[in-house]
Design a protein around this ligand. Structure first.
Ligand code: CUA
Length: 305
């Protein structure tokens, strides 16, 4: 980046200096001024071909070194599956991070939350579930397209500096860098780099929460998946507030009155368009939650009186 900046600045200054000089030197002094007849100049053309060629191939070579680092994956590298969905990110971790070795399914962190272990190389295996997205972590200087019908990948070694460790930093933004529809700009996530012990504790927490049904787990899901559209204080954002919602009979778009019960909540999480609350639009993307996560969500809704 610094090299490209330097080359760009030098070229910009030189070009404009010459431009200003020519404007003054060759300005039209009288009506009799005539432009001389100019034929081509071989040496100028050769020069302006060879110099940029050398400059661009040098930039290419430097870029290639960085690109190869992003693509090189050592055998046994930790693989994290990344799924882009309108308009959120989901992350799945290898089953060998489980404490319970009898289970072979991948571990999932809450939507839009990625956890990495300091100093441990990872390979992201990236896919989109609907339209084109692009997985972009500006702080890491990496970006890779998420495509519906193929897997893409990139590798990196996350590191937090000693200074950041002292301050407890190591949290960075995840963006979607491919225009993917209405909420493209809100397709945001956070990546947290954790020291080894904290990372293992986090994985254990995810593992426990999978089978742990409680309002507390539901509250966490609310924070990561629902908060931007559903309030818990009664105020209307994009969707209905969750406050006092549980157990009520309320109208849906067809005019029918429907109980806000287990089945309604489950259906509305998995197929949000099935029954739209009256007065609202069909805007919610389907959520990827497991059965026990949905149960936790229900337990949480019950607490929002
Ligand atoms: Cu996903 Cu833009």
């Amino acid at each position: 980046m610094n090299i490209i900046n330097a080359v760009t600045i030098v070229c910009f200054v030189l070009t404009n200096a010459v431009l200003i000089y020519f404007v003054i030197r060759y300005r039209k002094r009288s009506d009799k001024d005539q432009t001389s007849s100019i034929a081509h100049s071989t040496w100028i053309e050769v020069t302006w071909t060879i110099i940029p060629t050398i400059v661009f191939f040098t930039l290419f070579a430097i870029g290639l070194v960085g690109f190869r680092q992003m693509r090189a994956a050592a055998a046994g590298i930790r693989e994290i599956n990344v799924y882009g969905t309108q308009w959120s990110w989901d992350f799945y971790y290898p089953a060998n991070l489980r404490t319970d070795k009898t289970k072979t399914s991948q571990l999932k962190s809450p939507t839009n939350e990625l956890y990495l272990e300091d100093g441990v190389p990872v390979k992201f295996i990236i896919k989109a579930t609907d339209v084109l997205h692009s997985f972009f972590v500006p702080a890491f200087r990496v970006k890779e397209d998420a495509v519906p019908n193929m897997y893409t990948y990139m590798t990196l070694t996350p590191q937090i500096s000693e200074e950041q460790k002292k301050n407890g930093f190591g949290v960075y933004d995840i963006f979607c860098a491919e225009y993917c529809g209405r909420d493209h700009s809100r397709m945001l996530g956070k990546v947290t780099i954790l020291p080894s012990a904290a990372f293992k504790a986090k994985m254990l927490e995810l593992e426990k929460e999978e089978s742990n049904v409680s309002p507390a787990v539901g509250a966490k899901i609310y924070e990561s998946n629902c908060k931007s559209c559903h309030s818990i204080d009664g105020s209307k954002i994009v969707g209905p507030s969750f406050k006092g919602l549980w157990g009520k009979n309320e109208a849906i778009e067809s005019g029918e009155s429907i109980a806000r019960d287990e089945n309604y909540v489950r259906e509305s999480i998995l197929q949000p368009g099935a029954k739209i609350a009256k007065g609202y639009q069909n805007l919610m993307p389907p959520q990827t939650l497991t059965d026990s996560q949905i149960s936790s969500m229900i337990e949480y809704l019950k607490t929002l009186k």
